[in-house]
Design a protein around this ligand. Structure first.
Ligand code: ZN
Length: 88
């Protein structure tokens, strides 16, 4: 079976989909972290790594890929999810 691979928008590396976090721009234009991979809309992926998140914030990689602003709140929820996956 073929493993679905996705590209991290920060480091540009390709990884298994389940290793990445998905961030979605919903049809309403909201940008949010898609914890379960079920939210419909335009999605981008990022490594579960604060290094990649910081890089994405600095280069605005997420908002450019999504063509929508990413709120600090969304960034914080991504950071939280990264920390949680690092802990367990
Ligand atoms: Zn990455």
């Amino acid at each position: 079976m073929k493993i679905p691979m996705r590209q991290c928008s920060a480091c540009r590396g390709h990884f298994e989909k389940r290793q990445l976090l998905r961030i979605v721009r919903t049809p309403d234009g909201d940008v949010l972290l898609d914890q379960r991979g079920k939210v419909s809309g335009r999605g981008v992926y990022i490594c579960r790594s604060e290094e990649c998140l910081n890089k994405a914030v600095k280069t605005r990689a997420l908002s450019r890929a999504l063509e929508a602003p990413v709120s600090d709140e969304t960034i914080e929820s991504i950071r939280q999810a990264i920390r949680e996956s690092a802990n367990g």
